[in-house]
Design a protein around this ligand. Structure first.
Ligand code: ATP
Length: 270
């Protein structure tokens, strides 16, 4: 339903404080917060506010979180949908959804539209389509391009999209006036992981032997999503053992579980 696809009514409470690490990306994206809060500052001098920014990086690195934090910082509504929602849709439905989304966003501007997995709709056209087939994905992409061109740069809508496959995107999406800003979101290094652990350890009751530095050292290759997952698993494991605080043993087991899950996923892919 509409309500589950676009959560534009919900007040976003996430801010940059909830996003650990990613200092460079946060700095770049601060500009978008300014555009949303003080558009006149830019347009008075004749500047054109960009319409779109593309967040590029591997799964689970905080792209959605960062886009939500921009909405939270600017105090504007957040409308989101995922490219993968459109993959198996009946003819015309995808294009209609896109139009509907922009219509709602225009009513609520200033606001953010976030499109997760944009590569699912934004693959370059004419690739892999059967000759003569009615490619619904292409229709959806075309309607997205039409909608992006169809609103003024000072309308207060900023579109953020996320992908881990910028290489497959249709070049039309990357043209000036569309997604002309790219922000890269990388997997965290040891310092970044420590900061992410600190965010996700905060709500837990911890034993004295928990050291975020140590946890970070033991989780090379983990993205933020996996770190969040480890913290939650550890709490569940400790609770199952009727402990009063989550200790390092629980974390050890949680990390093993998450690593096991990652290995399984990698096997399925390769
Ligand atoms: P995908 O590409 O799979 O959609 P994503 O890059 O959008 O992933 P998010 O959905 O933002 O990743 O991250 C999932 C969860 O992981 C977040 O809700 C948050 O709990 C945690 N997380 C990820 N990155 C960070 C971070 N930098 N700081 C704090 N938490 C993070």
């Amino acid at each position: 339903s509409r309500a589950t696809l676009f959560d534009g009514e919900a007040k976003v409470k996430i801010t940059f404080n909830d996003v650990a690490g990613l200092d460079e990306a946060k700095e770049e994206i601060q500009e978008i917060v300014e555009f949303l809060k003080f558009p006149k500052k830019f347009t008075d001098l004749g500047g054109k506010i960009p319409k779109g920014a593309l967040l590029v990086g591997p799964p689970g690195t905080g792209k959605t979180l960062l886009a939500k934090a921009v909405a939270g910082e600017a105090g504007v509504p957040f409308f989101s949908l995922s490219g993968s929602d459109f993959v198996e849709m009946f003819v015309g439905v995808g294009a209609a959804r896109v139009r509907d989304l922009f219509k709602q966003a225009k009513e609520k501007a200033p606001c953010i539209i976030f499109i997760d997995e944009i590569d699912a709709v934004g693959r370059s056209r004419g690739r892999g389509a059967m000759p003569g087939s009615n490619d619904e994905r292409e229709n959806t992409l075309n309607s997205l391009l039409v909608e992006m061109d169809g609103f003024a740069t000072d309308s207060g809508i900023i579109i953020m999209a996320a992908t881990n496959r910028p290489d497959v995107l249709d070049s039309a999406l990357l043209r000036p006036g569309r997604f002309d800003r790219q922000i890269s979101i990388d997997k965290p290094d040891i310092i970044g992981r420590e900061a992410i652990f600190k965010v996700h350890l905060k709500p837990l009751k911890l034993a004295a032997d928990i050291d975020p530095k140590e946890l970070s050292a033991q989780t090379p290759g983990f993205a933020g999503a996996e770190i969040a997952n480890v913290c939650n698993e550890a709490a569940l494991i400790a609770a199952r053992r009727s402990k009063t605080a989550v200790d390092m043993k629980d974390f050890q087991e949680a990390m093993d579980r998450v690593i096991g899950g990652l290995e399984k996923k990698n096997k399925l892919i390769s």
